[in-house]
Ligand binder design. Structure first.
Ligand code: HEM
Ligand SMILES: *[C@@H]1O[C@H](CO)[C@@H](O)[C@H](O)[C@H]1NC(C)=O
Length: 492
């Protein structure tokens, strides 16, 4: 009798304990989307958005053998990366990210560590420094671009090519003080090729299906070659900078970072030249195609919306004078160009060039929108998807810069992501976008190749690490008032 009472009590206690376990820690994970083949979807960001319509803004899904959590709304992304930024600042370490980042010294692909924080701080202060000191020179370069385009006025111009070369020349100049066209060209084609190879299936599949690494892979061989070539170029610049450096004189990003490195001294827990090397690589990769692609999208949308182009030109004429009143647009005056600002905001919302940003990982367990996310989870912010949310932006698929003319009505998107990992080049990108579009639209009217409607560029994005417009050509019609100025020279 006593024995059975004790047994019963033990049983009850065990049941009670079990019950406690279930009710105290009822893990509430995001819904799991079935299937393993999501990665081969042609337009992944759009596919991920369509899943959000069924499963909600936050869900789990398998990309290859990896389980990831996808965030599909601005609210969820901000909750994770801003409010709970301490939980989400990591980067997954994959086979290819290790390959391209070498010795783990890369900034954009590096995991969140004390050394990484020091690297980001150094890169940030270097960018702020050169940007503050080089804006006038950048303005001059943009004017030279417009002069060059004037020679091509009337004939078909591959505008994305122009933008790509030009943004590369700005980055070369900021990073290395390099202005030689041959060097710019070499770096431009190298980075383009590198990104294409890295983004190819042959290479990306190696992350998902590890045993493929043991087979011959032409894509992988090519990637290794490009990385070698990339490193040779950067190494050469680093050597030249060290040889010609004058203490206290800063010519460019490289000088700035090398000098800060000397001040800090050497040590195992300190930044090394390898970090400077990889930071420069990041600036090139981050800063070329992204800005060029955004500019190309802006032109594509303006060809579809001549009425907005006209209003932009009126705004520019009104602030700068239709003829040449001695002023060219300055970034610090950008508040005087609300429509241009709204247009840039709208292009970045509709075609965020890094549609899935870069993947994050959780450094500790967290909770988003009421769902538990364990430590070491890969988290993908679907920025493209988040920007196509009708509950945040009315008729979200429409190009309507006017929605941003009354900031209290519409909040901007998050094209640069947000929080601890927010794009390091946001300020530089915004400066370039503003300067280039302001000069270009003040100097030229952008026209499609002919009057028929099929001469308009496609607005369908090609998705990759960077989303791009399909190539198209434009005609540039010089605007009377500006022509005289540009040709008669010395506008500064
Ligand atoms: C329109 C232009 C650009 C867009 C839309 C853009 C967008 C982004 C996005 C979405 C991320 C990922 C953030 C995250 O992981 O949450 C990123 C990271 C980054 N971007 Fe940009 N970017 C642009 C231009 C630039 C430029 C000009 C630079 C060069 C200075 C740059 C350098 C970087 C770097 C270094 C990172 C990695 C940051 C980190 O891991 O902490 N980007 N960018
Ligand atoms: C540009 O527009 C955005 C979106 O409305 C707004 O948040 C931002 O303050 C504006 N910037 C300037 C300089 O007017």
């Amino acid at each position: 009798m006593l024995l059975s009472v004790i047994l019963l009590l033990v049983l009850l206690a065990a049941l009670g304990w079990l019950w406690m376990q279930v009710s105290v820690s009822p893990h509430h994970f995001p819904p799991l989307v079935p299937g393993f083949l999501h990665l081969i979807q042609a337009d992944l960001p759009i596919h991920l958005l369509s899943l959000a319509q069924k499963y909600g803004p936050l869900y789990r899904l398998h990309l290859g053998i990896q389980e990831v959590v996808v965030l599909n709304s601005k609210k969820a992304i901000e909750e994770a990366f801003i409010k709970k930024w301490m939980d989400f600042p990591g980067r997954p370490q994959t086979f290819t990210s290790q390959l391209v980042s070498e010795n783990d010294q890369d900034l954009s692909l590096g995991d969140y560590t004390p050394l990484w924080k020091a690297q980001r701080k150094l890169a940030r202060s270097a960018l702020v420094y050169v940007q503050n000191n080089m804006e006038p020179l950048m303005g001059q370069m943009v004017q030279d671009l417009c002069k060059g385009l004037l020679d091509q006025a009337g004939s078909p111009v591959s505008i994305s090519e122009e933008f790509s070369m030009f943004t590369c020349s700005i980055i070369c100049f900021l990073s290395f003080g390099e202005k030689r066209e041959s060097s710019v060209q070499e770096i431009n084609s190298l980075i383009k090729e590198l990104m294409k190879t890295w983004d190819s299936w042959q290479v990306q599949f190696l992350n998902i299906i590890p045993f493929l690494r043991f087979f011959p892979n032409p894509g992988l061989r090519k990637l290794r070659q490009m990385i070698k070539k990339r490193d040779r170029i950067v190494q050469k610049q680093l050597r030249w900078h060290k040889e010609t450096m004058v203490e206290g004189q800063i010519r460019d990003l490289t000088d700035y970072m090398l000098q800060k490195l000397r001040e800090q001294g050497e040590g195992p827990s300190q930044l090394s030249e390898g970090h400077v090397h990889m930071t420069l690589v990041d600036v090139f990769i981050g800063g070329m195609e992204t800005i060029a692609s955004t500019l190309t999208w802006a032109v594509a949308f303006l060809l579809h919306h001549p009425e907005i182009q006209k209003r932009l030109q009126e705004e520019l004429d009104q602030e700068l004078g239709p003829g040449f009143s001695g002023s060219s647009p300055k970034y610090r005056d950008r508040a005087r160009f609300p429509l241009l600002n709204a247009t840039i905001t709208e292009v970045l919302r509709l075609r965020p060039v890094a549609p899935l940003a870069l993947p994050h990982t959780t450094k500790q367990s967290s909770n988003i929108c009421g769902f538990d996310i364990p430590k070491n989870t890969i988290v993908i912010p679907n920025i493209y998807g988040a920007h196509h949310d009708d509950s945040v932006w009315e008729q979200s698929c429409e190009f309507r810069p006017d929605r941003f003319l009354e900031p209290e009505l519409s909040s901007p998107g998050i094209p640069f992501s947000c929080g601890a990992r927010v794009c390091l080049g946001e300020a530089l990108a915004r400066l370039e976008l503003f300067l280039i579009l302001a000069h270009l639209l003040h100097a030229f009217t952008l026209l499609p190749m002919n009057e028929s409607s099929d001469a308009l560029p496609s607005l369908k994005p090609t998705f990759g690490i960077v989303s791009k417009a399909q190539d198209f050509q434009v005609r540039l019609l010089p605007r009377e008032a500006r022509v005289g100025v540009i040709t008669s020279g010395s506008p500064l």
